[in-house]
Design a protein around this ligand. Sequence first.
Ligand code: ZN
Length: 165
Amino acid sequence: MSYTLPEFLAHAIAMEQEAADRYLELADMMEAHRNDAVQSVFRDMSRFSEMHRDSIRARAEGIELPKLRSWQYRWRTPPEVGGEEGFDYLLEPFHALKYARGNEVRSMKYYREVAKEAQDPDIKRLAAEFAEEEREHVLALDEWLAKTPRPSTTFAEDAESFEPV
Ligand code: ZN
């Protein structure tokens, strides 16, 4: 896998936009659950993703970006999410944090992979920098997970939600 700069930038912008949107949804769910602490974590994460998206857009100015397919950047939901039970599932702060963590790990891995495979030194450097930012997001979520009670209901979870970084 070797990306061109426009492909890489398009991918990074789409991933940050996706993260900003999903975090906003999660924040609204936490609001419904009256969990103000976790709600504000998600609002902050959404804002960080928007800021990151804007800074990548600024770097991409004047570069024509390819259009991506949604599966290339969409967050993956746990198997439980889908029906009405899915909504209940993510209302639990613990599950919502794990869901976000799994997707942050996926973004981090994407950037690490690009940093490893890229031929272009600019892409290599940017991807390594972005991978580090994602790692920090995972660690921030881990701190919240440590403070969040684990719900009694157990669900099958995505391996990436647990993977240490
Ligand atoms: Zn992130």
